[in-house]
Ligand binder design. Sequence first.
Ligand SMILES: [Mg+2]
Length: 311
Amino acid sequence: MKLYAYTLPLATPLRFAGHALTERQGLLIKLEQDGRTGWGDCAPLPGFSQDTLEQCADALKAMRDGQAQEQDLPPAARFALDCARWQLQNPTPLRLPSPVPLLVGTPDEQLAQYEQLTERPGEVKLKLARASVEEEIALVYGLLERNPKLKLRIDANRGWSYEQASHFATCVPRSALRYVEEPCRELNDTLRLHAQHRLPLALDETTQHPDYQYESLAGVRALVLKPTLIGSLTRLQHLVEQATLDGVEVVLSSSFESNIGVSHLARLATELTPTSVPGLDTLTALGADLIEPNPWGQDKPLITESELKPL
Ligand SMILES: [Mg+2]
């Protein structure tokens, strides 16, 4: 096993819980066996992940040197190791899912972004609970005016009170909503929105808890799972199986990993959640590719293995 540290420039700073990131740091694991190579990307996100890069680096070095077990690895390190192994054993070809465009910014900016899309999508994702509820309801109607058949994946990141979410649910046509991700701070309020308004729900922040266990909940139509936070691919697969048995869609989602990590997530999505479109739209934020050009055709400078710092 070889370990490398990397630093990638960010096009715009990322902010999470008081952390402002101007560059993205992580580790690459390289495994080699019988002429085959497996890479893994370990990139805990400061302010978001429970584990830190230092913890991951120490744990991986200890494991490489025979002083620790893989069960002791923090989630991001375990995810990287499992991906590198998976690539060695099962070199799945990459099939790129057609993306669901994410609209960000103020309601006016989101509308402008929609208008600039070269191909009109059947579905878009909106980040809401950032402007007033009235403005956001108007945004939904603005989009539906442009395409009455458009389906919306809405992410409120727990930003609405029950009353605000209730108002939104009353005013917006339910048939346009694929789901609303985590509308309220309290899970009980979120679940009440389904009981009261039949609002289709998705859970994301709830699944990010380190002890998260799958639970069947009325109204939850989709789960967003972030493999970097989950760690073990076996645990990920188990969660996907449980949800799928319940008819709940699973959307795998990236957390600003490098092109190596995001490519693995795309392969995992092909393998584990073939009927779902993963949320992998974080790669544009990064200013360079590692080892190989990214398969999304985004033109970036390439950092080769010999340019990386071995650990
Ligand atoms: Mg979300």
